[in-house]
Structure formats: structure tokens, C-alpha cells
Design a protein around this ligand. Structure first.
Ligand code: ADP
Ligand code: C5P
Length: 244
């Protein structure tokens, strides 16, 4: 869902300093590393700003009838599985303050909803999360901050088995087969090499409260001194003293 605070939030486009582009954060990491969890924690702490979360998963391509018949042979972890042009277009529009329609992806059917979408409106912060959001240089270049969620592979596999069997309509055997055949090799070939583009690497994902606090402080700083002073009134007092 599009996240919005209930208080009257400041706008990215009309603050006292004039027009300002939204702050774009990329969050990458292996499957089930805790990307969504980390994003939700950041969003919770940015309650005085308008924040939207966009998932790369929403931009999975539909399968051809032949691919659908042999879905266990389809590689959902390869960069070509995503419609990156559409993702790029969407983030560019959001960055310019335009609203966009984001597809709704169904992991059980392996396809997008044909009759519904999610409307995402202009915001102060755009968070783009996904296993391969650092892969394409053009997408990377739109990001003001890049975060890689680094969680051990055994922990990720255990979480993936539980999630895919409970939420995504899979059985344990198919999860393990897909993991060995596609997920792990693509992690080694595409996801891990993109870690080098990260500004911040978070070990242990959502368990790492210190890292998340530091990231949120940085975002507040980037969103403006005025907003920082609302959060840390004492900082304002100290700065005033120095100015005198
Ligand atoms: P990703 O977005 O990287 O796929 P999620 O944040 O959706 O990862 O987490 C994947 C699964 O692992 C979810 O079922 C989630 O509830 C669980 N999970 C995520 N972080 C933790 C954590 N720190 N401790 C326990 N379970 C977690
Ligand atoms: O949420 P997470 O980052 O784990 O989502 C990405 C994963 O979803 C990929 O590793 C891919 O294997 C899996 N996927 C799937 N079936 C689909 C689409 C993606 O298993 N139809």
C-alpha cells in the first residue's frame, strides 16, 4: 500500500526553500533478506513525511502460455524477468512529482492483475526495494541512497521456505528445487555483485535497529534542516548559540 502519514506532512515540492525532488532510496539484498521489513521500519520512523514504497516485484513480466506451462523452468531471478523500462519510467515520473499506476503482481498465478493497479502519488521519499534494483545503471542513477540488506543465506532460505509455502502457494520441494536451480546461482551472478554499489550495508536486516536509526537520521538530514530541528529541538538550540 502507499504509505502516508496522518499529520499534515511537509511536501517535497513546495517547501520554504522552493521545489525539491523526492529523496529516492534503493533497498536491495537476497531473497527473504528482510528488505520489506527494513523498508517498513524506515517508513514507520519517517512518520512526519510522505513516503511511498515501490517493489521491483510489481514489475515482473507476464509469462507466455509456453512459459506458464513449464513455470518450474522459468528463471524469476534473472534481470530479464523484470520489465525494467517500465520500472524506470515509473520512478522517473515519481521523481518529477507525477502520480503513477503500479501493477499488482500475484506470486501464486505468476502474473499481474489485468484489471487493477495501485495508484502511487507524489511524495517526499520514494523507497524502491527488490533483489535486483542495483543491477541496471539507469535505475541506480535515480537513487540518492543505496542500502543492501545482508542476511546469511541459510537464514534467508529458511525464511523463504516458510514464506513461499505459507503465502505464495508453493510446496517445500518446489521451493528447494527453484532455490538450487535459479535463486542461488542468480544471487551469486547478479545480486551479490551489485552489493558494491551500496552506500550502506545492513547486517542482520530488521534486527539491526542501530543501522536503521542511523539511516533514518541521515534521511531526516537530507530532507532539510527545518525538519531535523522539529525532531531534535536541542540541535536547533546549539546551532543558534554558535550562530550568535
Ligand atoms: P524480503 O523483502 O527481502 O523478501 P521480508 O522482509 O519480506 O524479506 O522477509 C521475508 C520473511 O522473513 C517474512 O516472512 C518476514 O516476516 C521474515 N522476517 C524478515 N525479517 C525477519 C527477522 N528479523 N526476524 C524474523 N523473521 C523475519
Ligand atoms: O520478496 P523477494 O525479494 O524474495 O522476491 C523475489 C523472489 O521471488 C525471487 O527470488 C523469485 O525467485 C521469486 N519469485 C517466484 N515466483 C514468481 C516471481 C518471483 O518465486 N512468480
Amino acid at each position: 500500500p502507499a504509505h502516508r502519514s496522518s499529520a499534515s506532512p511537509s511536501s517535497a515540492f513546495a517547501d520554504a526553500n522552493g521545489p525539491r525532488q523526492p529523496f529516492v532510496i534503493g533497498v536491495s539484498g537476497g531473497t527473504a533478506s528482510g528488505k520489506t521489513t527494513v523498508c517498513d521500519m524506515i517508513i514507520q520512523q519517517l512518520h512526519d513525511h510522505r513516503v511511498v514504497l515501490v517493489s521491483q516485484d510489481s514489475f515482473y513480466r507476464g509469462l507466455t502460455p509456453e512459459e506458464s506451462e513449464r513455470v518450474h523452468e522459468y528463471n524469476f531471478d534473472h534481470p530479464d524477468a523484470f520489465d525494467t523500462e517500465q520500472l524506470l519510467d515509473c520512478i522517473k515520473k515519481l521523481k518529477c512529482g507525477q502520480s503513477v499506476h503500479v501493477p499488482i503482481y500475484d506470486f501464486k498465478q505468476h502474473r499481474r492483475s489485468s484489471d487493477s493497479f495501485r495508484q502511487v502519488n507524489a511524495s517526499d521519499v520514494i523507497i524502491l526495494e527488490g533483489i535486483l534494483v542495483f543491477h541496471d545503471q539507469r535505475v541506480r542513477n535515480l537513487m540518492n541512497m543505496k542500502i543492501f540488506v545482508d542476511t546469511d543465506a541459510d537464514v534467508r532460505l529458511a525464511r523463504r521456505i516458510r514464506r513461499d509455502t505459507v503465502e505464495r502457494g508453493r510446496d517445500v520441494n518446489s521451493v528447494l528445487e527453484q532455490y538450487a536451480k535459479f535463486v542461488k546461482p542468480a544471487f551469486d551472478d547478479f545480486v551479490l555483485p551489485s552489493k558494491k554499489y551500496a552506500d550502506v550495508i545492513i547486517p542482520r536486516g530488521g534486527d539491526n535497529h542501530v543501522a536503521i536509526d542511523l539511516i533514518v537520521q541521515h534521511i531526516h538530514t537530507k530532507l532539510g534542516q527545518h525538519d531535523l530541528c522539529k525532531i531534535y529541538p536541542n540541535v536547533y538550540v546549539i546551532q543558534s548559540t554558535f550562530q550568535i
